[in-house]
Design a protein around this ligand. Structure first.
Ligand code: FAD
Length: 388
């Protein structure tokens, strides 16, 4: 067992850190205040190859893998957690899923453009009445021979109003449940699609979130991921896609946990009360120790799951363990950070409020903590196999 990073991995980490500190940090406050998704940052991330970690070189990726991707996400999310999102919306969401399931034409047409950032991507399964129970989705694509006609609405979709193309999960067999879901590669400029930004979110304020409505939207049959023979095979695709993007989520939480820890340590050393720095008091030390241990434990879970993915070994349980624990660690770290800063933590001039707001996403997005508890328990009990 080797816990050391390679020279190349350390250089990547540094590159992610330098990028985040020079290109993202200057805009955090402004973009949080205006709830603004900044295209220039997205473009620079694409230029640096951030959207190709699990993509083969023939499609423009660097093929380095999940571990390298997670190392970069951690650094980016540490500075502004909203920017963990495009890794999932480009690389581990649409591009990797098309690489796994797409036809030759689909791979050639779409993957290089998601990797280069020419296409802003997303994936959409959630609806106003359908979240955890993905198979119950009601956005319906009616088969009209050589094309589908889509009606329905998707809610809470990241990059909802800025995506060019994305993976759209629809129902193609009414009442079919998991056996009636199909994955389409959708062009968001098609007539009949309307999109509205969701304003006034609790956190993730630098990330775009929207509602997308489909009204008699005509989509050709070759939009089915993997071709028309994959109609009604989308549920499996969805689960496999989520198993990749959930790691991106957990790596983002690792970055946030690092930010909380660093801010707390600095403050504990700077702030004095009763004649000495508060970090000298054992109750503060307990807070720091817990945050540090949980951060290290989370890192171990994230990197182990990434390593398993890169080796092609079963990892669904380990990915869910990382995702579930990431929510606990990030929320706890943000909460402790806020307490440690006292009243200053309550001021919007300090980042503690943002940390706390951003931490709560990890309990819900890409599967709620309850859902991940079920995945872990079912695999541990032997009720369901641990999948790749
Ligand atoms: C900022 C943001 C960005 C998002 N981005 C995307 C995106 O890009 N694409 C996308 O498709 N979705 C996206 N989502 C949606 C998100 O993934 C869903 O909200 C999430 O899956 C939970 O669904 P829900 O909100 O409908 O909760 P529900 O499923 O209604 O759950 C409500 C509560 O009930 C619990 N619960 C439900 N079923 C069970 C059960 N069987 N046992 C025990 N407890 C249960 C849940 O754990 C939760 O606590 C985003 C959401 C947000 C807030």
């Amino acid at each position: 067992m080797d816990f050391a990073l390679t020279e190349e991995q350390r250089m990547l980490q540094d590159m992610g850190k330098n990028f985040a500190e020079s290109e993202i940090a200057p805009y955090v406050e402004e973009d949080e205040k205006n709830q603004h998704w900044r295209r220039e940052i997205f473009d620079k991330m694409a230029e640096l190859g951030f959207f190709g970690f699990s993509i083969d070189e023939q499609y423009g990726g660097n093929g380095m893998g999940f571990l390298e991707g997670a190392l970069i996400i951690e650094q980016v999310a540490k500075v502004h957690t909203s920017w963990r999102m495009p890794f999932n919306m480009q690389d581990w969401g649409p591009a990797l899923t098309i690489q796994k399931f797409g036809t030759k034409e689909q791979k050639e047409q779409y993957i290089p453009k998601f990797v280069s950032g020419e296409y802003v991507g997303n994936f959409a399964m959630t609806e106003a009445d359908v979240g955890s129970d993905v198979a119950a989705m009601t956005t319906h694509a009616e088969d009209r021979g050589d094309h589908f006609v889509i009606n329905g609405s998707k809610m809470w979709i990241t990059n909802g109003t800025v995506a060019d193309y994305g993976l759209l999960y629809v129902n193609t067999t009414k009442g079919g449940g998991a056996k009636g879901v199909t994955c389409l590669i959708v062009d968001y400029n098609l007539p009949g699609i309307t999109r509205a930004k969701i304003h006034d979110k609790f956190g993730l304020l630098g990330s775009n979130t929207g509602e997308i409505t489909f009204e008699d939207v005509k989509v050709p049959k070759d939009a089915v991921l993997g071709g028309p023979e994959n109609i009604n095979n989308g549920f499996k695709v969805c689960m496999i896609q989520l198993n990749a993007t959930r790691l991106g989520c957990a790596a983002g939480a690792l970055g946030l946990s690092a930010a909380c820890l660093e801010a707390s340590i600095n403050y504990a050393n700077e702030r004095s009360q009763f004649g000495k720095p508060i970090g000298r008091y054992q109750l503060i030390q307990q807070q720091i120790a817990e945050m540090k241990i949980e951060h290290e434990a989370l890192a171990a879970l994230v990197f182990k799951a990434a390593w398993l993915k890169d080796k092609g070994l079963p990892n669904q349980m380990e990915t869910s363990m990382a995702k579930l624990f990431s929510a606990k660690a990030a929320v706890h770290a943000a909460n402790e950070c806020m307490k440690l800063f006292g009243s200053f933590g309550y001021s919007l001039e300090y980042p503690c409020g943002r940390f706390l707001r951003d931490s709560k996403q990890f309990e819900t997005l890409e599967g709620t903590s309850n859902m991940h508890t079920l995945i872990v328990a079912n695999a541990a009990l032997g009720f369901s196999p641990n999948r790749t």
